[in-house]
Design a binder for this molecule. Structure first.
Ligand code: GTP
Length: 198
């Protein structure tokens, strides 16, 4: 990819873990206390500059966590280069479901997709049910990077996107290079064959 790389990122996780708040804190710098469940999907665009100076555009999709929307949201996994998988550190059930989400991602998404595991709502330390160690454990078991965040207190939101996008760019720009080498190699072979035959 060149200077105009566009990467698609999907935010997944159980209902009410804070996916919409996470996205809106990043793109619009706002936080909404009132819960309004997402219907289907919605997206926001954001441009950011990588450490090497390259500009990339992000298309970030906020998905509905409710089961009844699962068939619709699953259709969007394929084209994603990155996935932010969120659980709520104050809700054990959302943590217990992380493995199910990972299985679903493995079934539906591209094998090269970069997944980031996020434990959100760390501002509610007194209500915490899932420890940092438990989060790290499930991340290590699945070979995923892990971070704890708060959309409300703006903890590690930018960092999550910055780290994710650096990783996506290193994976996908390398793949692009490999593909273009393979394509130009094929072209060369064809031209050589032409020369040989005529
Ligand atoms: P669905 O659309 O149903 O999938 O939910 P969602 O994951 O998008 O959750 P949403 O962002 O709508 O947030 C659900 C509730 O959690 C709202 O009441 C938010 O205000 C609250 N919330 C989200 N993030 C945080 C956070 O970091 N800290 C605290 N204390 N509350 C949060």
């Amino acid at each position: 990819m060149n200077d105009d790389s566009v990467y698609k990122v999907l935010i997944l996780g159980d209902s009410s873990v804070g996916k919409t708040c996470f996205l809106l804190k990043y793109t619009d710098r706002v936080f909404n206390e009132v819960y309004m469940s997402t219907i289907g999907l919605d997206y926001r665009l954001k441009t950011l500059t990588l450490k090497n100076g390259k500009k990339v555009k992000l298309q970030i999709w906020d998905t509905a966590g409710q089961d009844r929307f699962r068939t619709i949201t699953k259709n969007y996994y394929k084209g994603a280069q990155g996935i932010i998988l969120i659980y709520d550190v104050t809700n054990t059930e959302t943590y217990d479901n992380v493995e199910n989400w990972i299985s679903q991602i493995k079934e539906e998404a591209s094998p090269n997709v970069v997944i980031y595991l996020v434990g959100n709502k760390v501002d509610m330390e007194d209500k915490r049910k899932v420890s940092t160690e438990e989060g790290q454990k499930i991340a290590d078991a699945n070979n995923l990077p892990f971070i704890e965040t708060s959309a409300k207190s703006d903890i590690n939101i930018n960092e999550t996107f910055d780290n994710l996008v650096e990783k996506i760019d290193s994976v996908f720009s390398n793949l692009e290079k490999k593909n273009s080498v393979a394509i130009s190699g094929n072209k060369l072979n064809k031209e050589n064959n032409k020369k040989k035959c005529c």
